[in-house]
Design a protein around this ligand. Structure first.
Ligand SMILES: *Cc1c(COP(=O)(O)O)cnc(C)c1O
Length: 406
């Protein structure tokens, strides 16, 4: 989609605003499935925590995607969006046995990531098909908060605990149908990913009744022109070959699963915000926008760098700016960034705003969450209205007068 379309949407729906390009989601989905077209049984479970608007879930369902959910509420949203229970996987971390049982009761495939719950669940429900999450201890990831496969990570059952794991499975006679890993975001080195895959294959040899292997996600997407990204086509070529060879050795056509979040929706998203004030100081020029880390927390949370352009002045001369939000704490989107010359009232567009942006937004400073628009067939459709004052008060309960007076 083009800058003039975005500008028109900001005008029509107001700012700040999230816009998602359906065509980009579709092309990413197709690119991934094409890269693995040599695998007989491929399944894509969209990691819905990245962006969980029901309209987006429906769009992906129509493309043939399944879902990866990390909470029972995400499972319920998925069912609400029209996915059948067998199209949803539950891959939580550190949730209660009760939540796992409730999700299982909904007919959804569960994935267990620690030995304590595995032993308890297997003892109570020995016949239920279960997937186990392995931690291969491979260091991958762009930032330590999103690297989830290394030795100190809280995620998954260590591969070094396989003997214990196998003993639990034998003792409880539980039915292990899948093995899963998710090594963290931003995989750049395909060799590292393939190395982790070998560890998964090794673990898989311990189980006789497998139906699928789930390689998680962590595909790196480009954040600006000429940025490095995971070479999906190369990964597809190499991993498909290894996977097919493993299936042959195993004696069964297993399903290969990926659960991408960012890869499917990151680049499809645009965050639009208006410049409230341009403030010259002794050291920099600030562009203060009508938003903050309450709407887009990634730069402050883990230092992600979203490309910013001034779509109101696309041909403007570039100058250096620090783009900041209105939250009453340090709230910096970008420092010393070259952006087309900014005037108050201009609309700035943040790229890669599809994944972990709206879904991480909050009401901090008692601000409303923004609206969301889906751009499809050359038209913008409102898929979530911005909040109103009623939303802020919705669940608040005033103290009874008698108590308040004391
Ligand atoms: C978050 C998450 C993903 C998606 O990761 P991306 O980097 O967005 O692709 C996949 N699997 C699990 C288990 C996750 O927690």
């Amino acid at each position: 989609m083009q800058s003039k379309d975005l500008l028109q949407l900001a005008d029509q729906f107001g700012s700040p605003l999230y816009v998602y390009d359906a065509e980009k989601i579709k092309s990413q989905y197709e690119r991934l499935t094409k890269a693995f077209s040599k695998v007989e049984k491929l399944r894509i479970n969209y990691a819905m925590k990245a962006l969980s608007n029901v309209a987006i879930l429906q769009l992906l369902r129509d493309l043939g995607s399944c879902l990866d959910a990390v909470s029972i509420q995400e499972v319920q949203l998925g069912l609400h969006a029209g996915y059948s229970p067998d199209q949803i996987f539950f891959t939580p971390n550190g949730v209660s046995l009760e939540e796992i049982e409730e999700v299982h009761a909904l007919g959804v495939q569960i994935n267990i990531d620690n030995l304590s719950i595995l032993e308890q669940f297997g003892t109570k429900h020995p016949t239920v098909p279960v997937c186990i999450r392995i931690n291969p201890h491979v260091m991958a990831g762009g930032n330590e908060n999103i690297s989830v496969g290394h030795i100190d990570s809280k995620f998954g059952i260590s591969v070094h605990q396989l003997p214990h794991l196998v003993r639990i499975v034998e003792n409880t006679k539980m039915n292990i149908v899948g093995i899963h890993m998710h090594t963290g975001s931003d995989i750049l080195d395909i060799e590292v990913f393939l190395y982790a895959a070998e560890i998964l294959f090794d673990a898989a040899r311990n189980f006789k009744n497998l139906e699928f292997l789930d390689f998680g996600s962590g595909f790196k997407v480009p954040y600006k022109k000429d940025d490095i990204e995971t070479d999906i086509e190369e990964l597809g070529k190499k991993l498909s070959k290894r996977f097919n060879a493993f299936c042959e050795e195993y004696g069964k056509e297993l399903t290969l699963i990926f659960e991408p979040g960012k890869f499917l929706v990151s680049e499809a998203g645009f965050f639009l915000a208006k410049v409230n004030v341009v403030k010259q100081t002794t050291s920099t020029v600030f562009a203060g926008i009508d938003s903050g880390f309450n709407h887009l927390i990634r730069p402050m949370f883990y230092g992600s760098s979203h490309f910013i352009e001034n779509i109101s002045n696309p041909k403007g001369k570039e100058r250096f700016y620090s783009v900041v939000g209105y939250i009453c704490e340090t709230d910096t989107f970008a420092s010393n960034r070259r952006i087309q010359e900014i005037a108050e009232g201009d609309i700035l567009c943040f790229r890669n705003a599809g994944a972990y942006c709206y879904s991480m937004s909050s009401n901090y400073n008692s601000r409303y969450k923004p609206a969301e628009v889906l751009w499809i067939n050359g038209e913008g459709h409102l898929i979530r209205a911005h909040e109103t004052f009623e939303d802020l008060l919705k669940n608040q309960i005033p103290l009874p007068a008698s108590v308040a007076k004391q």
